[in-house]
Design a binder for this molecule. Structure first.
Ligand SMILES: [Zn+2]
Length: 167
């Protein structure tokens, strides 16, 4: 007997819960969470640990991919889906390609949150992927976008400079 596959919304709800359980609800603590799912099963999960680990690469997606690859004992998790509460940056999107991830699903997008979370100017990771790579990775956004965006500073929030990661 198999259990029904979870929907994107159900996985995203789990990611939101993980973000708040591990990081609380203060946007200053960057409560970003990611899950790696394959064949309807959770392989691994991760939350942003950049501050705790003094590691600029310890984004939630990277933490989840590292844990997933350790769990399966290989350097790739081919065919997996990566769920993340916030649109991934270029580093994490690229890492997903190296990891053989087939699909990235994100919650809040660029326009839902403060500009500090993203690249300056017009470059958008989504466009970057569309333009630069083969058709072996799909990127879907807007799964529980409002619930995810509530975790972060909003587009109009006045965020002190010293709390902005991307200045
Ligand atoms: Zn990232």
């Amino acid at each position: 007997m198999s259990t029904p596959a979870r929907s994107d919304e159900e996985w995203m709800a789990r990611a939101i819960l993980l973000a708040t359980q591990e990081k609380g609800t203060d946007p200053a603590n960057t409560p970003i969470a990611a899950l790696v799912v394959r064949g309807g099963q959770l392989v691994a999960e991760g939350v942003n640990r950049t501050a705790e680990h003094c590691d600029p690469t310890a984004h939630a997606e990277i933490e989840a991919l590292r844990a997933a690859c350790r769990a399966v004992g290989t350097m790739q998790v081919r065919g997996a889906t990566l769920y993340t509460t916030l649109q991934p940056c270029g580093m994490c999107t690229m890492a997903s390609i190296w990891a053989g991830v087939e699909r990235i699903v994100f919650g809040a997008g660029r326009s839902d949150v403060h500009r500090m979370y993203f690249e300056d100017r017009h470059l958008d990771t989504v466009d970057f992927i569309r333009d630069a790579f083969k058709k072996d990775l799909t990127l879907d956004g807007g799964v529980l976008p409002h619930e995810c965006a509530r975790l972060y500073f909003g587009p109009e929030d006045d965020v002190p400079e010293d709390q902005q990661a991307n200045t």
